[in-house]
Design a protein around this ligand. Structure first.
Ligand SMILES: NC(=O)c1ccc[n+]([C@@H]2O[C@H](COP(=O)([O-])OP(=O)(O)OC[C@H]3O[C@@H](n4cnc5c(N)ncnc54)[C@H](O)[C@@H]3O)[C@@H](O)[C@H]2O)c1
Ligand SMILES: O=C(O)C(=O)C[C@@H](O)[C@H](O)[C@H](O)COP(=O)(O)O
Length: 561
């Protein structure tokens, strides 16, 4: 069959122009509401909407039942494949596919390619009974000829696992009005997703966006019966929401509140949680959700890694620092009196849900602390982060959770989170167990962890890392890796963000003892991460002791004051 594919909606583009891509592609069963909800969301977003079946009818000049009858299903699938291919490369609105389209291997390949380019394939899931009834009401569907109910159920059983596997966003619309479902779909279409994969890693997504927490049930999957929700008092507004979502998804929820911040990262706290899990009958197929700052997600991951030698867990970070760093990558652990994170394991989460809505209760000083780890990602790998930080320093410094979600800062922060998570994912994906490349994520941490410990954790992690980066920069300058201008760039950027750059509360000997307990040290040899230039880290093995000490003296005073 030869058809003309000059679709009315298709934007003509020049040969040298990049393809334009749909803002979202909707898949789902017949009757799931793809056209209704898709067109409504397009209207809200002021975008075009195209339903693949309508486009096919326009192209072939007859309706689909007629086409099926005249040419049969294989010919229809060929036309469908071609129309979808074209639309995926030349349409920038919301595009809904016919129920059976994602079952065609060539369409699956096209959708994967679209997702690899940042596209969103949204599986719209309605209550099966409702969808079945709606599909029957529509009438004239060639795939439902005969016993329509039985046919629909058979198709559902075949298609549902394929759709779940294929889509990178799942939207449940059970019990929702079309408008509420459209709003939910928009929230999720706006989500930023970073995929983490690599040797020894069960692949997972970091989902960043307003409302990301709504995906909790989806992330946990159907296997767990019991879910332990581990959180701290300070985030109870968000843990209440998570508990409701979990119960609504049918899980038995054990609510476990742990002490705040580093006070929660102890073996005593871990032991208390193990006792609760034992008393509540947690099995290997049950799961943990860690919801809170980095300290909470570190300990929740550690519990998940150790309970019955490892159960499923999902992280829901609520601080900027936890969103950009702690929740991703699978470093779980607790502190001991001798040092930071000395006990722990590499144990990967099943998913990370960074819901921007949770930042609405985050205090300003804790937001700013998180910028320390964001800047670290810029210095070691993505200088564009440094540019964004510098350009928006004043607004970032004035962060106010109460107005954040309605402010232009929201998009800047979302961009910084996504970029930082991409830096983290790159290092983790290539070196989960920190045998080489991953060590670069530890930039600033040799001194940073020593400061935290010597300050008895009254200094926050991100602040300590900020000073630690200045220390590493001074050491790099003293050993000939960089010149003084890059050291100054560290001080200037960190200062304009409101982060500290100096520290003067202990002796060099105290610091040196703790630096020898750093996980990068080998035997009696100190090892540091330093820069050769912005975005280019390297390892510094066993540097001269006079340089190690002189760099320390240089962070004791703040030359910018
Ligand atoms: N595993 C990793 O890869 C990794 C990476 C970086 C940091 N970390 C660890 O993360 C911790 C630092 O994380 P952090 O800065 O989030 O500290 P944190 O967990 O101590 O949280 C900071 C404070 O903010 C509160 N808080 C968090 N979210 C809030 C919200 N939305 N509203 C109100 N209050 C909120 C917390 O309860 C706490 O009081 C350290 O223990 C550090 O070692 C781990
Ligand atoms: O993920 C990593 O690897 C990191 O080093 C990230 C650090 O920002 C983080 O603070 C981590 O917890 C430090 O790990 P540690 O092995 O030095 O305890």
């Amino acid at each position: 069959m030869n058809h003309q594919y000059t679709a009315r909606h298709v934007r003509r583009r020049a040969d040298n122009e990049d393809p334009v891509r749909p803002r979202a592609v909707i898949i789902g069963m017949m009757g799931a509401g793809k056209t209704r909800i898709g067109s409504l969301s397009a209207r809200i977003l002021d975008l075009d909407f195209v339903d693949a079946d309508h486009e096919i009818e326009r192209v072939v000049g007859m309706n689909i039942p007629q086409y099926f009858e005249r040419y049969g299903e294989p010919a229809f699938r060929d036309v469908e494949r071609d129309v979808i291919h074209r639309m995926l490369h030349d349409f920038d609105g919301i595009f809904a596919l016919g129920g059976g389209a994602p079952m065609t291997p060539a369409v699956q390949d096209d959708l994967r390619d679209y997702m690899d380019h940042g596209g969103k394939v949204i599986y719209l899931m309605a209550d099966p009974r409702e969808a079945m009834m709606r599909a029957h009401r529509g009438g004239g569907r060639p795939m439902l000829q005969g016993n329509a109910q039985e046919r629909w159920m058979n198709l559902y059983e075949q298609r549902d696992p394929v759709f779940r596997n294929l889509a990178n966003v799942v939207v449940h619309t059970y019990g929702m009005t079309p408008r509420a479902a459209a709003q939910r779909m928009i929230e999720m279409a706006n989500e930023r997703i970073v995929h983490v994969t690599g040797e020894g890693i069960e692949p997972y997504n970091v989902q960043i966006g307003e409302g990301a927490l709504n995906q909790l049930g989806q992330c946990l999957g159907e296997e767990p019966v019991r879910v332990a929700l581990i959180h701290t008092q300070s985030v109870s507004r968000h843990s209440n929401r998570a508990r409701t979502l979990l119960r609504r998804s049918g899980y038995e929820v054990t609510d476990i509140m742990i002490p705040d911040a580093e006070a929660g990262k102890t073996v005593t706290v871990a032991n208390g949680v193990w006792e609760r899990l034992g008393n509540e009958g947690f099995t290997r197929s049950d799961a943990i959700v860690g919801l809170g700052g980095g300290a909470c997600t570190d300990v929740a991951g550690f519990i998940a890694a150790t309970w019955m030698r490892g159960i499923r867990y999902v992280n829901c970070p609520t601080s900027l620092l936890a969103m950009v760093d702690a929740s991703t990558g699978g470093k779980t652990g607790i502190n001991t009196p001798q040092g930071k994170n000395l006990v722990g394991s590499f144990y990967t989460p099943a998913g990370v849900l960074a819901d921007l809505k949770t930042l609405n209760t985050l205090p300003n000083d804790i937001f700013i602390e998180g910028l320390g780890e964001v800047a670290k990602c810029g210095f070691i790998s993505d200088p564009e982060i440094l540019r964004i930080l510098h350009e928006h320093a004043a607004q970032l410094r004035a962060f106010d959770g109460a107005t954040f979600l309605e402010s232009p800062l929201k998009d800047v922060v979302a961009e910084l989170i996504e970029r930082s998570v991409r830096v983290k994912a790159y290092h983790v994906s290539n070196d989960l167990r920190e045998r080489g490349l991953r060590e670069f994520l530890n930039y600033g941490h040799t001194m940073g962890h020593a400061i935290e410990q010597l300050e008895h954790f009254r200094w926050r992690h991100g602040n300590a890392v900020a000073v630690g980066m200045v220390y590493a920069a001074e050491l790099a300058a003293l050993t000939g890796h960089i010149d003084e201008s890059l050291v100054e760039r560290h001080r200037e950027l960190l200062t304009e963000l409101g982060l500290p750059t100096s520290w003067n509360h202990a002796s060099f000997d105290d610091v040196l003892t703790l630096m020898h307990r750093d996980k990068k040290a080998r035997g009696n040899t100190l090892r540091f991460v330093v820069l050769d230039k912005e975005g280019l880290p390297t390892r510094l093995e066993d540097p001269p002791m006079d340089a190690v000490e002189e760099a320390f003296h240089r962070i004791q005073t703040n030359p910018t004051k």
